[in-house]
Design a protein around this ligand. Structure first.
Ligand code: FE
Ligand code: FE
Length: 173
Protein backbone atom coordinates (compact mmCIF):
# COMPACT_ATOMS: atom_id res chain seq x y z
CA UNK A 1 0.00 0.00 0.00
CA UNK A 2 1.21 3.47 -0.86
CA UNK A 3 2.30 5.68 1.99
CA UNK A 4 -0.08 8.02 3.73
CA UNK A 5 2.21 10.94 2.82
CA UNK A 6 1.66 10.33 -0.91
CA UNK A 7 -2.11 10.34 -0.43
CA UNK A 8 -1.95 13.50 1.67
CA UNK A 9 0.06 15.32 -1.00
CA UNK A 10 -2.47 14.33 -3.67
CA UNK A 11 -5.43 15.31 -1.50
CA UNK A 12 -3.92 18.73 -0.90
CA UNK A 13 -3.60 19.26 -4.65
CA UNK A 14 -7.04 17.93 -5.51
CA UNK A 15 -9.39 19.04 -2.75
CA UNK A 16 -10.77 22.33 -1.52
CA UNK A 17 -9.94 23.12 2.13
CA UNK A 18 -13.30 22.10 3.59
CA UNK A 19 -13.22 18.81 1.67
CA UNK A 20 -9.68 18.16 2.87
CA UNK A 21 -10.74 18.73 6.46
CA UNK A 22 -13.72 16.40 5.94
CA UNK A 23 -11.37 13.71 4.54
CA UNK A 24 -9.15 13.81 7.62
CA UNK A 25 -12.27 13.75 9.76
CA UNK A 26 -13.56 10.61 8.03
CA UNK A 27 -10.14 8.93 8.26
CA UNK A 28 -10.00 9.50 12.03
CA UNK A 29 -13.61 8.51 12.61
CA UNK A 30 -13.22 5.39 10.44
CA UNK A 31 -10.13 4.33 12.42
CA UNK A 32 -12.03 4.86 15.68
CA UNK A 33 -15.02 2.83 14.45
CA UNK A 34 -12.65 0.12 13.20
CA UNK A 35 -11.19 -0.33 16.70
CA UNK A 36 -14.66 -0.36 18.20
CA UNK A 37 -16.06 -2.90 15.74
CA UNK A 38 -12.89 -5.00 15.32
CA UNK A 39 -11.93 -4.09 11.76
CA UNK A 40 -8.51 -3.19 10.38
CA UNK A 41 -7.69 0.27 11.77
CA UNK A 42 -5.07 1.16 9.14
CA UNK A 43 -7.22 0.16 6.19
CA UNK A 44 -10.09 2.16 7.67
CA UNK A 45 -7.91 5.27 8.04
CA UNK A 46 -6.57 4.91 4.49
CA UNK A 47 -9.99 4.34 2.92
CA UNK A 48 -11.42 7.29 4.87
CA UNK A 49 -8.63 9.53 3.67
CA UNK A 50 -9.15 8.56 0.01
CA UNK A 51 -12.92 8.28 -0.16
CA UNK A 52 -13.62 11.78 -1.58
CA UNK A 53 -10.38 12.20 -3.53
CA UNK A 54 -12.30 12.79 -6.80
CA UNK A 55 -15.07 14.90 -5.28
CA UNK A 56 -13.78 18.25 -6.55
CA UNK A 57 -12.99 16.95 -10.04
CA UNK A 58 -15.28 18.06 -12.88
CA UNK A 59 -18.03 15.47 -13.46
CA UNK A 60 -16.73 14.72 -16.95
CA UNK A 61 -13.35 13.78 -15.53
CA UNK A 62 -15.00 11.57 -12.89
CA UNK A 63 -16.85 9.80 -15.70
CA UNK A 64 -13.60 9.17 -17.54
CA UNK A 65 -12.21 7.41 -14.47
CA UNK A 66 -15.37 5.32 -14.09
CA UNK A 67 -15.19 4.25 -17.73
CA UNK A 68 -11.65 2.99 -17.20
CA UNK A 69 -12.92 0.54 -14.59
CA UNK A 70 -14.52 -2.81 -15.35
CA UNK A 71 -17.60 -2.00 -13.29
CA UNK A 72 -20.87 -2.17 -15.25
CA UNK A 73 -23.34 0.52 -14.26
CA UNK A 74 -26.90 1.15 -15.36
CA UNK A 75 -28.59 4.27 -16.76
CA UNK A 76 -29.92 5.26 -13.33
CA UNK A 77 -26.33 5.57 -12.14
CA UNK A 78 -25.39 7.89 -14.97
CA UNK A 79 -28.35 10.14 -14.16
CA UNK A 80 -26.94 10.85 -10.69
CA UNK A 81 -23.62 12.79 -10.86
CA UNK A 82 -23.39 13.13 -7.03
CA UNK A 83 -22.84 9.37 -6.70
CA UNK A 84 -20.07 9.21 -9.33
CA UNK A 85 -17.16 10.36 -7.18
CA UNK A 86 -16.84 7.15 -5.13
CA UNK A 87 -16.68 4.97 -8.22
CA UNK A 88 -14.21 7.36 -9.82
CA UNK A 89 -12.10 7.40 -6.64
CA UNK A 90 -11.81 3.60 -6.49
CA UNK A 91 -10.41 3.52 -10.02
CA UNK A 92 -8.24 6.57 -9.38
CA UNK A 93 -6.52 5.12 -6.28
CA UNK A 94 -6.13 1.76 -8.03
CA UNK A 95 -4.28 3.35 -10.95
CA UNK A 96 -2.54 6.34 -9.35
CA UNK A 97 -1.74 4.94 -5.92
CA UNK A 98 -1.51 1.25 -6.69
CA UNK A 99 -4.20 0.30 -4.19
CA UNK A 100 -5.19 -3.30 -4.92
CA UNK A 101 -6.90 -4.17 -1.66
CA UNK A 102 -10.49 -5.04 -2.57
CA UNK A 103 -11.78 -4.11 0.88
CA UNK A 104 -10.38 -0.58 0.57
CA UNK A 105 -11.53 -0.26 -3.05
CA UNK A 106 -15.05 -1.42 -2.16
CA UNK A 107 -15.29 0.91 0.82
CA UNK A 108 -14.30 3.88 -1.34
CA UNK A 109 -16.44 2.83 -4.32
CA UNK A 110 -19.68 2.34 -2.38
CA UNK A 111 -19.28 5.05 0.26
CA UNK A 112 -22.21 7.12 -1.04
CA UNK A 113 -24.54 4.46 -2.40
CA UNK A 114 -23.99 1.53 -0.09
CA UNK A 115 -24.93 -1.84 -1.57
CA UNK A 116 -26.38 -5.20 -0.61
CA UNK A 117 -24.18 -7.33 1.67
CA UNK A 118 -21.73 -4.57 2.55
CA UNK A 119 -18.42 -5.61 4.09
CA UNK A 120 -17.46 -4.41 7.57
CA UNK A 121 -15.07 -1.81 6.11
CA UNK A 122 -17.74 -0.62 3.66
CA UNK A 123 -20.14 -0.06 6.55
CA UNK A 124 -17.47 1.79 8.50
CA UNK A 125 -16.63 4.27 5.72
CA UNK A 126 -20.29 4.71 4.77
CA UNK A 127 -21.07 5.60 8.40
CA UNK A 128 -17.91 7.59 9.24
CA UNK A 129 -18.68 9.84 6.27
CA UNK A 130 -21.71 11.04 8.21
CA UNK A 131 -20.44 10.87 11.80
CA UNK A 132 -17.00 12.54 11.49
CA UNK A 133 -16.33 15.49 13.80
CA UNK A 134 -16.98 18.23 11.23
CA UNK A 135 -20.48 17.01 10.44
CA UNK A 136 -23.38 19.06 11.68
CA UNK A 137 -26.95 18.19 10.73
CA UNK A 138 -30.08 17.61 12.80
CA UNK A 139 -29.75 13.82 13.18
CA UNK A 140 -25.98 13.66 13.67
CA UNK A 141 -26.08 12.68 17.36
CA UNK A 142 -28.57 9.90 16.64
CA UNK A 143 -26.36 8.49 13.90
CA UNK A 144 -23.24 8.78 16.14
CA UNK A 145 -24.97 6.86 18.93
CA UNK A 146 -26.14 4.16 16.51
CA UNK A 147 -22.62 3.89 15.06
CA UNK A 148 -21.27 3.05 18.53
CA UNK A 149 -23.88 0.35 19.08
CA UNK A 150 -24.44 -1.25 15.69
CA UNK A 151 -23.06 -0.43 12.26
CA UNK A 152 -25.97 -2.24 10.63
CA UNK A 153 -28.42 0.03 12.40
CA UNK A 154 -26.36 3.11 11.53
CA UNK A 155 -26.24 2.12 7.84
CA UNK A 156 -29.96 1.39 7.81
CA UNK A 157 -30.73 4.75 9.42
CA UNK A 158 -28.50 6.63 6.97
CA UNK A 159 -30.00 4.86 3.95
CA UNK A 160 -33.49 5.58 5.16
CA UNK A 161 -33.01 9.21 6.07
CA UNK A 162 -30.36 10.55 3.74
CA UNK A 163 -30.37 8.53 0.55
CA UNK A 164 -33.73 9.98 -0.44
CA UNK A 165 -32.26 13.42 0.08
CA UNK A 166 -29.34 12.66 -2.24
CA UNK A 167 -31.72 11.66 -5.00
CA UNK A 168 -33.63 14.89 -4.59
CA UNK A 169 -30.87 17.48 -4.31
CA UNK A 170 -27.55 15.70 -4.48
CA UNK A 171 -26.10 17.24 -1.35
CA UNK A 172 -24.85 14.04 0.22
CA UNK A 173 -21.08 14.25 0.71
FE1 FE B 1 -18.30 11.31 -0.84
FE1 FE C 1 -17.30 12.24 2.20
Amino acid sequence: MESIKRVEALLEQMLKPDRLQHSYGVAKEAARLAVLHKADEQKAYYAGLCHDICKNMPSEEQLQWIKRSAIILDDAFYCQPPIWHGFAAAQFIFEKLGVEDEEILGAVRYHTTGRADMSLLEKIIFTADLTEANRDYPDVQTVRTLAEQSLDQAVFYILRYTFGKLLVNGDRK
